[in-house]
Design a protein around this ligand. Structure first.
Ligand code: COA
Length: 348
C-alpha cells in the first residue's frame, strides 16, 4: 500500500467582484442582512461569455500541476467535482483534459455538491494507495452565477453563492506518517430536496402533470418547459434553516470521526479548512470543537460559497498565506446538498 499526499495546489477566482451593495441593484436586500446571516461581504462572478466551469478549472489546474513539479502530460487520472458543469453531459473532466492537451487518461466527474472535493480527494487517495495511479488531478470548480435567480424571489439563495475553482495534484509519498491519513464520507438522502436544483431533470413529468400546459404527447418535451423557467424551478432551491441545523451537527461529527480513527484530539488540529458554506456555520463548528481562531481558516467573506471549489480554494489560500506548514495536521471538512458530508485528515 502506498500513502498519498497533496503535491501541489492552485486556485482561480474571476476578476468580477460583486459586493453585497452591488446586489441591491437587482433585489431587495442589504449589506447588513447578508453579512449578519452569512458573513459574506463580496463574491466573484465569472465572465458571462468567456469563462466557464472548465476554463476556471484549467487556470487552477495549471498552477497545481506546476507546483507539483509535474506536467499536464504526466497526469494519469482526472477527478472533477462540480454541480455547475458546462454541459448537462459530457462532464467537465473530458473538457479539461482536451483544453490541457492531456493524454487519453481516465476522467471521472462526480456530483457531490459542497462535499464534492472531499469525495474526489478520497477517491484519489484510494487510487494512489492501491498503486493504480501516480499523478491524479483533483478539481473543484463552479460557475454558479449563470443559474441563480437574482431577483428578490431568489435572494435567500443567490446572495450566498459565488464562482471559482481550486485544484490539487495527488501523488504517492514515501515519507512515513505524512500525507492523507484518512478520509470519511457520508450521505443521507432523506432530505435530498431541501437543497436542490430540480430541473432540467428526469422527474419533470411528475411536476408538470398537474400544470395547465402539460405537454400531452406520448414522448419527449418535458425536459424543460416555459413554466419551469417562470416559476423558478430551474434555479437552486434551499431550505436554509434545515441545511443550517444538519450542517452544525454533521461537521463536528465527521471531524471527530477522523480524529478518533487516528487517535488524535481536536487540540492536535493545526488548521481546519471547513467548506465555506456560511461563516455562522463555521463559527458554530469552531465553538463546538473548542478551536481557536488561528486553527480555523475562513475566506467566505471574499468569495461567498463556491460549493465544490470552496475547500481547495481555502486550502490553497491558507497555504499561500503561510498558515499551513510542514508537519501540520490539516483537517478538511465539508457538508452540502444530498445531504452529503465528509472529512479528510492530512499530515502536511
Ligand atoms: N436579503 C434580505 N432579506 C432576505 C434575504 C436577503 N438576501 N433572504 C431572505 N430574506 C428575508 C426572508 O424573506 C425573510 O423575510 P420575512 O421574515 O419577511 O418572511 C427573512 O429574511 C428571514 O428569512 P429566513 O429564510 O428565515 O432567514 P434565515 O435566518 O434562515 O437565514 C439563511 C437564511 C439562508 C442565511 C440561513 O438559513 C442559512 O445560512 N442557512 C444555511 C445555508 C447554507 O449554508 N447553505 C449552503 C449549504 S452548503
Amino acid at each position: 500500500m502506498f500513502q498519498s499526499k497533496i503535491a501541489g495546489m492552485g486556485y482561480y477566482v474571476p476578476k468580477n467582484v460583486y459586493t453585497n451593495n452591488d446586489l441591491t441593484r437587482f433585489m431587495d436586500t442589504s449589506d447588513e442582512w447578508i453579512q449578519e446571516r452569512t458573513g459574506i461581504k463580496e463574491r466573484r462572478y465569472a465572465d458571462r461569455l468567456e469563462e466557464t466551469t472548465t476554463t476556471m478549472a484549467v487556470e487552477a489546474a495549471k498552477i497545481a500541476i506546476e507546483r507539483a513539479k509535474t506536467t499536464a502530460q504526466e497526469i494519469d487520472f482526472i477527478i472533477f467535482a462540480t454541480l455547475s458543469p458546462d454541459y448537462y453531459f459530457p462532464g467537465c473532466g473530458v473538457l479539461l483534459q482536451r483544453e490541457m492537451g492531456m493524454k487519453e487518461i481516465g476522467a471521472l466527474d462526480i456530483r457531490n455538491q459542497c462535499s464534492g472535493f472531499v469525495y474526489a480527494l478520497s477517491i484519489a487517495d484510494q487510487f494512489i494507495k492501491t498503486g493504480m495511479y501516480k499523478n491524479i488531478l483533483v478539481v473543484g470548480s463552479e460557475k454558479q452565477s449563470f443559474a441563480m435567480d437574482y431577483s428578490t424571489r431568489g435572494r435567500s439563495v443567490s446572495v450566498i453563492f459565488g464562482d471559482g475553482a481550486g485544484a490539487v495534484v495527488v501523488q504517492p509519498t514515501t515519507e512515513e506518517g505524512k500525507g492523507i491519513l484518512s478520509t470519511h464520507l457520508h450521505a443521507d438522502g432523506a432530505d435530498a430536496e431541501k437543497l436542490a436544483l430540480y430541473y432540467p431533470g428526469a422527474s419533470a413529468g411528475k411536476w408538470l402533470e398537474n400544470k395547465p400546459n402539460w405537454p400531452d404527447k406520448e414522448l419527449g418535451d418535458i425536459f424543460m418547459t416555459p413554466e419551469m423557467l417562470e416559476d423558478g424551478s430551474v434555479t437552486a432551491h434551499m431550505d436554509g434553516q434545515a441545511v443550517f441545523k444538519k450542517a452544525v451537527v454533521k461537521f463536528p461529527e465527521v471531524i471527530a470521526e477522523a480524529l478518533q480513527k487516528n487517535n488524535l484530539q481536536t487540540g492536535d488540529i493545526d488548521m481546519l479548512i471547513p467548506h465555506q458554506a456560511n461563516l455562522r456555520i463555521s463559527q458554530y463548528v469552531q465553538k463546538t470543537l473548542g478551536l481557536s481562531d488561528d486553527q480555523v481558516f475562513n475566506n467566505i467573506q471574499k468569495y461567498g460559497n463556491t460549493t465544490a471549489a470552496s475547500v481547495p480554494i481555502a486550502l490553497c489560500e491558507a497555504w499561500e498565506q503561510g498558515k499551513i506548514k510542514d508537519g501540520d495536521l490539516v483537517c478538511l471538512a465539508a457538508f452540502g446538498a444530498g445531504f452529503t458530508w465528509g472529512s479528510a485528515l492530512i499530515r502536511w
